[in-house]
Design a protein around this ligand. Sequence first.
Ligand SMILES: Nc1ncnc2c1ncn2[C@@H]1O[C@H](COP(=O)(O)OP(=O)(O)OP(=O)(O)O)[C@@H](O)[C@H]1O
Ligand SMILES: [Mg+2]
Length: 250
Amino acid sequence: MLKVENLRKSFGGVLATDNVSIEFPRESLTAVIGPNGAGKTTFFNLISGAIAPDSGRILLDGEDIAGRRCADIVRRGIGRAFQVSKLFASLTVEESLRAALMSPAGKSLSLRGRFPLPQTRDRAWEVMTQLGLQDKAETVSGNLSHGDQKLLDMALALVLQPKVLLLDEPVAGMGPEEREQMINTVHALWNKGGLTVVLIEHDMEIVFRVSQRIFVLARGALLAEGDADAIRSDPKVIEAYLGKPREPRA
Ligand SMILES: Nc1ncnc2c1ncn2[C@@H]1O[C@H](COP(=O)(O)OP(=O)(O)OP(=O)(O)O)[C@@H](O)[C@H]1O
Ligand SMILES: [Mg+2]
């Protein structure tokens, strides 16, 4: 479904993505982890078309989308929530979602008949209800709590009905309760079926709990891959990511 092959991107002397190849099976929930500066966000920037790779392929259902424009990639079914939320600060939650449906990427979906204009309201409400944002429909985005801003950012991607959802640190900056809620929401979304989720996350407890497969990046390159048990006990990962060996949990 989504397959990245020999992807490479450098910024001056920094090789931010170093020959990375990863396959994300349809309807999987995969985590991409790694220390600060490992190249995780760059990896998402390449997939979502925010930046173009120096070389390599990004295959979505067999078609190479590497280097295409963001709106084109959104239209093909890749949605993304950001490490730092990108919102329409002066619009309410409902207005924001309807605006996303009318954006260059969303509007062409409506032109294809998926979202005729009167139905943007229905679709916005569907997603607000799904994410538990319905009580905030009239709240101006800039006035939302940090947690609700992260939810809205995810809603803005989801409203366009993506096949693949890229989440860059969805629980960053949240308190324990909000974290738990957010991760349950993400898990429920994925569990419903139809969505391939790729999660960048620093919280290892969350990563080990929800991901079927984990890929570890370090200095731009793929360091390890496996399930939670394999990653937890991989000496390379412990050294690069956790910094020091950890006592096994009781
Ligand atoms: N637009 C850019 N211009 C120059 N250098 C960049 C750019 N984007 C990323 N980099 C560099 O590429 C490397 C990888 O950065 P990236 O943001 O992808 O890491 P990350 O794994 O997401 O880190 P974090 O965990 O802190 O979010 C870093 O050295 C960063 O400084
Ligand atoms: Mg990042």
